[in-house]
Design a protein around this ligand. Sequence first.
Ligand code: DOR
Length: 429
Amino acid sequence: MLFRGARLIDPASNHRDRTDVLVEDEEVGGVGPGLSSARAEVIDCDGLVLAPGLVDLHAHLREPGFEHKETVESGSRAAAAGGFTAVCAMPNTDPVADNAAVVIEVRNLADKAGLCDVHPAGAITRGLQGETLTDIAEMAEHGVRLFTDDHNCVQSSRVMRLALEYAKAFEVVIAQHAQDASLSEGWQMHEGYYSSLLGLTGAPGEAESIVVARDLALARLTAGRLHVTHVSAADSVRLLRDGRERGIRVSADVTPHHLALTDGDLIGYDTSLRVNPPLRTSEDRDALRAALADGTLDAVATDHAPHAPEEKEQEFDQSPPGTIGLETALAVVLTELVGPGLIELPAAIERLSLGPARILGLDDQGGPVAPGRPANLVVFDPSTEWTVGDRPFQSQARNSAFTGRRLRGCVLHTMLRGRFTVKEGQPTR
Ligand code: DOR
């Protein structure tokens, strides 16, 4: 396969120019202008961007247990359609991924689908109950790199300390959904002007930042690796920046919806916009944007959270939080951040590929796009505009916070180890 005349954006090698990329079997065979190969199929990439396949640190694939929302196969297909070649699957399944057997099962399902590498996250505590640590050692031996109780924030400082100590011993990452339970009881949205206006119960940004402050202290105490997932509040950003300056081992991600939307968008009570953590103010959103650009936030992670239509089509307070995100993540970042000049394209690609690959310790993802490296690639058209929802989602779910919005940027090809998972915009299986 010869990708001809693409603009190669490869953060690992700092490549930003137009070039050809040759793929031979599973690997990149060559990179440079004017490449040729008698046997190769040529793909004209004039005006297109070629980049390392995207990596998502936070996706809910729902299997086992919630196959009416999504399966590993449909979620992998959505990932490929969005340009992803690897995703980290969240453990809030049924049974919970709190042991090696569930982890192995999810990985087997993903291998069978063959559309995207799936790295299951392990739960920090049994049953996500926040009390008893899981067998982190056993799951780490089975290749689990990231542990999280996801939407169940670990409330106990003692349990979090122990988890970080184990993380240090096994060189894995403890990812926290930072949310103080007592400050966010019964929440439906961010607490502020709009929650008063809409008559909905709010949770303040402090519910997040208080836990971020505590966890930074515990990461310092233990020297364990902390990751704060889907950061939503400006105060959390300030704490993370300060923590990094003090040498604490911390990384963090932000979702496309927190980068693009605010609590004011909830004015129509659209349940697709009910997410956890909640959309916050424009000041919070602007702080997240700046932090992504300056690297305080290392990664964009989708928090792809599929739900069945009958679950989302309920009263606002009854509908489960979550938006799908795998198929819109790249376009949201291109439209909301790269377009207006808030972040440069190479930095945006870095936060969607190399940054998350490093956090997960994936040597085969995130580039460099260089000879001998696995051909995990995405090719996208940065200028095509489309309306979300106009073409069918590959995800089984429809609950997108971006439905009806015009976005710029369209994935044309995704390649996993030299094999197309998406070609001409269509999944290959
Ligand atoms: O919006 C969300 N939905 N946030 C979470 O943390 C969990 C997720 C889900 O599982 O639906």
